[in-house]
Design a protein around this ligand. Structure first.
Ligand code: TTP
Ligand code: MG
Length: 424
């Protein structure tokens, strides 16, 4: 695992020079694990992994206590339990993660409109324009950390640099619960000793090509003759890598409300599923999660896509474009049920099923349409959002989407459905 376990954390001195460093990269610490621990503080010191205890599960993330045992994201849960037998495994709660993500993103947007969301728990901010009102980049970074802590109880790390690339590396080095400024003048010096893998866009294949010609660090790449780089990775990549290695990164922070091109969730079953009802139940939970993420990001989707992988690993995808864009779980669910029927594969054992919203656009549409097929459902789901905000996501499960009157939370809580492992 290349992920930090916190032992080599670096943070900035209070007087670090942040005059030429308007770019912030902010990333939540052990995000899923930290959110899941909010309502069980007595377990916060224990090694914790998010995932399922069962056979095919992998770790979504681990808290820093677990990382010290070598446990990390994408590791099979069985392996994680071998490394750390006392590991506390907590089932994921995606609606909660989405809920906290939107609070945090709103704190960022309060600071500057120039927020580029990279994922559920990270974003770039360009604070050039906020300096006069809010202070220097490092002061702004500390304010954001404090606000995130006060409003959510969660910790994040802020990397501050002249460019996106360097800010992102800085936040990684500052983890957990830190802030690291790389002064503009120290950028190259900071980059040189880092491994080539830290360069943006260098994956396993490119790394291999570079290592073959004995380039191991970013400094090696910066010093390499252009012709040698071009021969190793081709002209386009050579130019990009040579620029990055010298601290030059022309990319701006691009605020876009539809930064995510699609939003999807899928589930791999513990046992292959043939029962149509079980598949539908799963589709309902997945549609609920997709829709609540759409609403949290203030997006609507024009297209709904379904993916089904069968027990023999053959995979089918089908999508359908709607008459009007939606952010309503019930609509997404209905469409995905029809897509499932269109596969004409009833009775065939299913290993994985997924729902994805595509063709995203900002806001609720159609504001002025003549016909709004989702009106009632939309109102009901807005109520669900409000209730979940108040009572927590576990209080209202997706089954309540099918009720006539979702204002009454179902009892027992959770409505008996979640994305948890096997469809029972
Ligand atoms: P990350 O920010 O990569 O990880 P993290 O927040 O858990 O830890 P760190 O302190 O190192 O930033 O990812 C954010 C969340 O995305 C993470 O909490 C869980 C989820 N995730 C997965 O579900 N699977 C994965 O393989 C990874 C990398 C992340
Ligand atoms: Mg994170």
């Amino acid at each position: 695992m290349s992920k930090q376990d916190g032992r080599s954390r670096v943070v900035s001195a209070a007087d670090a020079d942040d005059s030429g460093t308007p770019i912030l990269h902010i990333d939540m610490d052990a995000f899923f694990a930290s959110v899941s621990l909010l309502d069980r503080p007595e377990d916060a010191h224990r090694p914790v992994a998010i995932g399922h205890r069962t056979g095919r599960s992998v770790v979504s993330t681990a808290n820093y206590a677990a990382r010290r045992y070598g446990v990390g994201a994408a590791m099979p849960m069985a392996r994680a339990l071998q490394l750390c037998p006392s590991l506390l495994v907590i089932e994921p709660d995606f609606a909660a993660y989405q809920h906290y993500s939107s609070i945090v993103m709103n704190i960022f947007r309060d600071t500057t409109p120039l927020v580029e969301v990279l994922g559920i728990d990270e974003a770039f901010l360009d604070v050039s324009g906020a300096r006069r009102l809010l202070g220097s980049p490092a002061q702004i970074g500390q304010q954001i950390r404090r606000r995130v802590r006060d409003q959510t109880g969660l910790a994040c790390t802020v990397g501050i640099a002249a460019t996106k690339f360097v800010a992102k590396i800085a936040s990684g080095k500052g983890k957990p619960d830190g802030l690291l400024v790389i002064p503009r003048d120290e950028t190259v010096q900071f980059l040189r000793p880092l491994p080539i893998r830290a360069l943006w866009g260098v994956g396993a294949k490119t790394a291999e090509s570079l290592e073959r010609i004995a380039l191991h660090t970013i400094g090696d790449v910066a010093d390499a003759p252009e012709r040698q780089l071009v021969r190793a990775v081709g002209p386009a990549a050579a130019l990009k890598l040579s620029q990055l290695s010298r601290g030059y990164d022309p990319r701006r922070v691009e605020a876009s409300s539809a930064a995510e091109k699609s939003i999807g969730h899928e589930v791999t079953f513990e046992y292959d599923v043939t029962d149509e009802h079980a598949l539908r139940r799963e589709l309902l939970g997945l549609s609920d999660r997709v829709a609540s993420r759409l609403r949290a990001a203030d997006l609507s989707a024009r297209t709904v896509a379904l993916k089904v992988r069968y027990s023999d690993f053959s995979t089918l995808s089908r999508s359908r474009t709607l008459a009007e864009p939606t952010r309503v779980a019930r609509r997404i669910y209905e469409e995905s049920v029809e897509l499932l029927a269109s596969l004409e594969s009833r009775g065939r054992p299913v290993r994985l099923i997924g729902v994805r919203a595509e063709g995203l656009q900002a806001g609720v549409v159609p504001e002025a349409a003549l016909w709004d097929p989702d009106e009632e459902w939309r109102e009901a789901e807005n109520t669900i959002d409000t209730l979940r905000g108040k009572f927590g996501t576990a209080a209202i499960g997706p089954a309540s989407l099918l009720r006539k009157n979702p204002r009454v939370p179902p009892t027992p809580p959770d409505g008996g459905l979640s994305e948890r492992g096997p469809a029972r």
